[in-house]
Design a protein around this ligand. Sequence first.
Ligand SMILES: Nc1ncnc2c1ncn2[C@@H]1O[C@H](COP(=O)(O)OP(=O)(O)OP(=O)(O)O)[C@@H](O)[C@H]1O
Ligand SMILES: [Mg+2]
Length: 229
Amino acid sequence: MHVVAFVTQKGGTGKSSLALSLAVAAVQSGLRVAVLDTDPQDTAGEWYKRRAAEQPEVHSLPWTYLSSRIYTLDRQGYDLAIVDTPGADSHAAQGCMREAHFCLLPVRPSVADIEASKATVRYLHERAKPFAFVLNQCPTGGRTSRTSNARMALQLLGSLCDATLALRSDHMDALASGLGVTEFAPSGKAADEVRAVLDWLRTKLRRLDGAEADKEVWEADDQSASRAS
Ligand SMILES: Nc1ncnc2c1ncn2[C@@H]1O[C@H](COP(=O)(O)OP(=O)(O)OP(=O)(O)O)[C@@H](O)[C@H]1O
Ligand SMILES: [Mg+2]
């Protein structure tokens, strides 16, 4: 099972909305998915109360219970756990980053968001935790220079998701209806963008699995070489 956490200290960047829409899109693609909401605001937990469908399951829990819940979900055969975190540089957010295999950092194309992400990036770099930014709430229409400037700034700080999400009302309406955007307006642009983020994420996770398998082979080779000498 892969564990993906949405983290940023800045509030309102889209952690909860993207976590939920991505989880729904992942269920629609055939994965068994759970959302773990560690934020006391309980945005995901409240969304689940408005939701008619059972999947993806949402579990609201303190971050200190995350490790044991992840262990249980893994044993139950889940493919993906998506962790929603509080928007602050807190013990909770740090605990979630440590538990995750991969972190996604939603950032709006604003200097304030980019600057606020630096502490999170430092924490992730220090722990060699794989992560990527995802640009969210980008202006639509011809006003793209802010987005391309943000794209360049983020590429200097770390990896950036190829797919970009625009500011679209489907996100707010889906959240209010207990739906993901791919359910709320399946042929809408917001849905296309969320599916593109999911495709990018699945490729990224497959590559990380490959890198991890290579590392294990190297370590096993090292161990047998040192036993032989
Ligand atoms: N791409 C988008 N287009 C339009 N609205 C969006 C988009 N992404 C998020 N929103 C809306 O912005 C608001 C804040 O998003 P959300 O609650 O997901 O942010 P958050 O990072 O989880 O905030 P917090 O740090 O407070 O938990 C919500 O109303 C959400 O629906
Ligand atoms: Mg939130």
